[in-house]
Design a protein around this ligand. Structure first.
Ligand SMILES: Nc1ncnc2c1ncn2[C@@H]1O[C@H](COP(=O)(O)OP(=O)(O)O)[C@@H](O)[C@H]1O
Length: 216
């Protein structure tokens, strides 16, 4: 993707707020893997902020800022994050890859601060937050170490940066769980892919049917 152009978004014209579910949890919990699996199921559209950020043109100002923060294991500034996300979402919608009238948006990695929840309020209607619950954080750190080799991710390469991401998660991201406390669903992230998929679908399919009623 080339550099992100920042355009003001007219809320009423786009049909906001879009129905959405959040895939939520510590780094390495398997959010991206499940999101990718689910996006192959008709009715779901997966969007990962980390993936969008890694696709930014490094020559662009946004690309450079985001890379600096992620290389340190810190969160990018909220306003920049939300702007990049909304522009990217609109580009997907304009290209008809994302169809808000019949696809539930699966957000992975966003919102990641309470401030981001507030900023997204008019744009996404959060129907559920799937909390990928991980009791064993050291196992997650091991997973991330293996992923660094496979995916060549700058923020996965150093253990101190990984530990910093966990610290930032507990301090800044965990409060998001409380913000959406009425719609939190627990998913045990220790299972095999198929088991986790079943759990996710058990929570998501009723939302899909309710959000996009269809006559047979
Ligand atoms: N919602 C967000 N707000 C701020 N920064 C973000 C957000 N999403 C991703 N990032 C940045 O991108 C990096 C990688 O994100 P991600 O791929 O979701 O990693 P993780 O494995 O930590 O869940 C983060 O460490 C952070 O610097």
């Amino acid at each position: 993707m080339s550099s992100v152009e920042v355009k003001p978004v007219s809320k009423s014209k786009r049909g906001y707020p879009y129905p959405a579910a959040l895939i939520f949890g510590v780094p390495g919990a398997g959010k991206g893997t499940q999101g990718e699996i689910l996006t192959n199921v008709p009715g779901f559209f997966h969007l990962s902020s980390g993936v969008i950020f890694r696709k930014l043109d490094l020559k662009s100002e946004e690309g450079q800022i985001v890379r600096e923060y992620s290389a340190r294991g810190e969160l990018a500034p909220d306003d920049l994050t939300i702007r990049i996300f909304l522009n990217w979402l609109e580009a997907q919608r304009a290209a008809e890859r994302f169809r808000p009238r019949d696809q539930l948006l699966l957000l992975d990695g966003l919102p990641r601060t309470v401030q981001q929840c507030e900023m997204l309020k008019d744009y996404v209607d959060v129907k559920a937050l799937l909390h990928f619950d991980c009791k064993d954080e050291e196992a997650m750190i091991d997973r991330i170490r293996r992923r660094a080799v496979l995916e060549n991710r700058i923020d996965d390469a150093s253990e101190s940066v990984t530990r910093k991401r966990f610290e930032v998660y507990h301090r800044e991201t965990a409060p998001v769980l409380n913000y959406y406390k009425d719609v939190v669903k627990h998913v045990d992230c220790a299972g095999i892919h198929g088991e986790i998929l079943i759990e996710c679908l058990r929570h998501l399919v009723p939302i899909l049917k309710e959000s996009f009623p269809r006559e047979l």
